[in-house]
Ligand binder design. Structure first.
Ligand code: 26Y
Length: 822
């Protein structure tokens, strides 16, 4: 390929010789070491930089073009982006697989050793953060202009380890060995204000206006990440903000003579982007978290308006050029921020600014748990963001007047719907009032959002509410994570599925082809062997590679019901030990768990302790003849997910109906040929509809039945009494059988199940056991099982995040793809 100097940059050579030269230059002159003296980390960094050149040249072209064309940009505002490792995705996107493999081979280096050196950016908790990463991947692949905006946390999600089976958290210093994937731009730092007061003044035209007199500030330094499309020449940007003390801030203290104070000020400012909050369902109302939210949102709005848009841009036309998508309520403070910018800084009338603002935002809700809806105390909001509180109050007043007019005589209505409550600001209400659209993340979730979470709002504005069922990127979660299956699929139907996942449908006839099925089983065997090797080298865990690989990977939460899974295992164990079950009749299974608990969530940590205690006992008991094995590798993350998911036979999606907004692990597992055992919840419902009842193990109460049972009064102990297997399992745990005879360790957990059981695990136990019997029966017929597994793959194309992005574009954003000239 000739150099393209006309674009102001030189494209790197896309061949082995060019790669080797570039790699050696990076090693020698970037890292400053010879090949012989280089460390593994030197080599990884040199490789990463060599690969990134190929994306950078596309990136520059994309950025140059973005400035020229008038396309609408999707600004995806998210406090979390759970990216996973970058190297393989960059190699795949730039079609360098063969070149890299061959080039490294010539140097006597191995790609697999080098890729293991990368520490993944864990800048998210779970589903919501990973969804954001999938979405920006899809938008780049579809050539839709998008900037992802978030926070460059110095420490991502904590590293989990187990001490005697109990979770321990350590910090995640993911930046310690250098990060070749980011580009800091301190020259584009943005100042963000906090605190102080507001005052009114008269402008030149005699109009009364307001200004904010803040009393402290920090700087946001942008770090840009490349988001490459799949071999389409498009590279979008993810812009993560890092907090730095402002120079003025330091100088004032320094001049006052207090050097130590000045340094303290610096750490105070820089604390803002220091650490990701590890809670994913119960907001703590912590001041630092509100600081984080305003910090990244203020930087992002400023960056888009003043640095991305042309300087002469007429902001009346803002809705033609941008949509700010709110990933849950975490960035909702962007709404009063845009109002403040338009009214206080750009001189717009209130009404005019509000009309524009409403068109520029849309809101995605990811929860159904009432305790997960964010509210901020009015006192805190007023102290930290006094001008924003004023703006929110005015939005609220006008909104309540609108409600009163729409529902005359109903006085309770405006009070229930208010944005500002007695003591708190309700962020979900603010997002719903401000957003042009509000969406849930799976059909059932969107329906419950309308009917249960925000019923008054959906009565007022029925057309505002919509659904977009989540999706996952087929590049990372099928093409990269499961190369064996990818090759088999491509051999059968060609490579087009990678960017057009509906084409997996063409696999359907292969489900009836015995030779194909045998090859499919061979893929699973290989993936299980790879997983076993990974667990051995990562944690010294011994994993059998025969039998059902039964996987439950997700955050630890009572509503997700890891306890139900444990009760199944304990019941099988108890059955064998008591003689109720003949060991020969137990289908061999490996139960694999991956789960982090929020550090302050005591019950979740108890459940982790229980899984490990049960695992230790079951794995060591010779009476089971090695038929049941529990593996719980610590620190489940995207990298481990990419190993676990391709090896799975069975996917556990067993949340209480009506609680899991969507789930996305369920999609990844089905797409990789696991059969689902699941409740009628979240996206499980859509998976089952698509793959067919006969290829899905459904069990448990339906959402309306849950409501009914709770309404008439739920007594978990009566369910325990009604099923002797459940009685025995609970008794065995309570007896101390898994804790060396100490009955006290899990007594709280068992009591909670027997007397509270908020998420109805006991009510669903019998149905779950019966469904697991169906699983065993199905697995006894390998041909039938494989047929179902192939059909799961063939029928899950719908769950591509490309499809999800198309729906957001059509229903919510009205954005257009842009053709990048290659
Ligand atoms: C406010 C704070 C404590 C908070 C922080 C993180 C609250 C929630 C979260 C994260 C929530 C989350 O990950 N939700 C999940 O989003 C997925 C993507 O839509 C869904 O598939 C999944 O069902 C939902 O639990």
């Amino acid at each position: 390929e000739p150099p393209r100097r006309g674009l102001g940059h030189v494209a790197p050579r896309h061949d082995v010789e060019g790669f080797v030269g570039s790699f050696m230059r990076e090693l020698n002159y970037g890292q400053g070491v010879s090949l012989t003296r280089s460390s593994l980390n030197d080599r990884y960094l040199a490789l990463a930089r060599t690969v990134r050149h190929h994306l950078q040249s596309r990136w520059m072209a994309a950025l140059a073009q973005q400035a020229d064309d008038q396309a609408k940009t999707v600004c995806y505002l998210s406090a979390e982006f759970l990216l996973g490792r970058q190297l393989d995705n960059a190699i795949l996107a730039s079609d360098l697989d063969d070149v890299v493999e061959e080039g490294l081979g010539q140097l006597g280096l191995s790609l697999s050793t080098l890729r293991a050196q990368e520490i993944e950016p864990g800048l998210g908790n779970g589903g919501l953060g990973r969804l954001a990463a999938c979405f920006i991947d899809s938008l780049a692949t579809m050539s839709v202009p998008c900037v992802g905006y978030g926070i460059r946390y110095e420490y991502g999600i904590f590293r989990q380890s187990f001490e005697d089976g109990w979770q321990r958290e350590d910090t995640d210093p993911w930046l310690a060995l250098g990060n070749p994937w980011e580009f800091p731009h301190p020259e584009h730092a943005v100042t963000v204000n906090f605190g102080g007061t507001t005052e009114h003044y008269e402008d030149e035209d005699g109009a009364t206006r307001t200004r904010w007199l803040p009393d402290w500030d920090v700087q946001g330094v942008p770090y840009n990440y490349m988001v490459p499309g799949f071999r389409n020449g498009r590279v979008n940007t993810l812009r993560l903000w890092s907090a730095k003390a402002t120079r003025g801030f330091n100088l004032n203290s320094f001049n006052a003579g207090d050097y130590v104070d000045a340094v303290r000020a610096e750490t105070f400012a820089e604390k803002i982007s220091m650490v990701l909050y590890p809670e994913d369902s119960t907001p703590q109302g912590k001041e630092l978290r509100l600081q984080q939210q305003y910090f990244f949102v203020a930087c992002s709005v400023h960056n888009f308006i003043n640095q991305v848009l042309p300087s002469d841009f007429d902001l009346h036309k803002l809705p033609d050029r941008v949509i700010f998508q709110l990933n849950d309520t975490h960035p909702v403070i962007a709404v009063p921020e845009l109002m403040r910018v338009l009214v206080d800084e750009k001189g717009f009338d209130w009404d005019e600014a509000w009309t524009i603002t409403q068109q520029c935002f849309a809101y995605t809700c990811h929860t159904l748990l009432p305790e997960a809806l964010e509210e901020w105390s009015i006192e805190l909001m007023g102290r930290l963001l006094p001008r924003h509180l004023e703006i929110i109050r005015r939005i609220d007043e006008e909104f309540r007047a609108e409600v009163a007019a729409a529902f005359p005589g109903d006085e309770a209505m405006p009070r229930r719907m208010a944005i500002v409550g007695d003591h708190t600001v309700r962020m979900a209400h603010l997002a719903t009032v401000a957003g042009s659209k509000v969406n849930g993340v799976a059909e059932l979730h969107s329906q419950l959002l309308r009917d249960k979470v925000l019923p008054d709002f959906s009565a007022l504005w029925p057309e505002k509410f919509t659904n977009v069922t989540n999706g996952v990127t087929p590049r990372r979660f099928l093409r990269l994570a499961n190369r064996n299956l990818s090759s088999l699929i491509t051999e059968a139907i060609g490579p087009g599925w990678v960017t057009d996942l509906d084409r997996l449908r063409e696999l359907e006839p292969f489900a009836d082809d015995p030779a194909f099925r045998e090859r499919f089983r061979e893929v699973k065997r290989l993936n299980k062997a790879t997983l076993a090797r990974t667990l051995q080298s990562r944690n010294g865990i011994e994993m059998p590679t025969t039998g059902i690989v039964d996987i439950m990977v997700k955050r630890l939460h009572e509503y997700k019901r890891q306890t139900l899974k444990v009760l199944h295992i304990v019941s099988l164990y108890e059955g064998v030990v008591s003689g109720r079950l003949a060991v020969e009749d137990v289908t061999p299974r490996v139960f694999a768990f991956g789960a982090k608990a929020a550090p302050g969530y005591a019950m979740a940590k108890q459940i982790i302790g229980l899984i490990n205690a049960v695992g230790a006992t079951v794995n060591a008991d010779p009476r089971l003849d090695g038929r049941l094995t529990v593996v719980f590798p610590p620190n489940y993350d995207v990298t481990l997910a990419e190993k676990l998911i391709p090896a799975a036979d069975l996917s556990e999606q067993i949340s209480l109906a009506g609680k899991e907004a969507s789930g996305t692990g369920n999609m990844k597992l089905a797409l990789n040929g696991a059969l689902t055992i699941g409740t009628d919840d979240g996206a499980n419902i859509e998976i089952r509809r698509l793959v067919g009842d006969e290829n899905f193990f459904l069990f448990g109460l339906l959402e309306p039945q849950v409501e009914e049972l709770l309404a008439k009064g739920y007594d978990p102990a009566s369910y325990a009494a009604a099923d002797p297997r459940l009685t025995s399992a609970l008794d065995l745990i309570a007896s101390g059988a898994f804790t060396g005879g100490d009955a006290s360790v899990f007594s709280g957990l068992v009591d909670n199940l027997l007397h509270h059981d908020r998420f109805l695990a006991l009510a669903d136990f019998s149905a779950y056991m019966e469904a697991q019997d169906r699983v065993d029966a199905a697995y006894a017929d390998p041909e039938g099982w494989t047929r179902s597994a192939v059909l799961n793959v063939a029928r899950c194309g719908f769950f591509s995040s490309d499809r999800a992005m198309r729906e957001y574009i059509d229903k919510i954003w009205h954005a257009q793809p842009v053709v990048t000239s290659l």
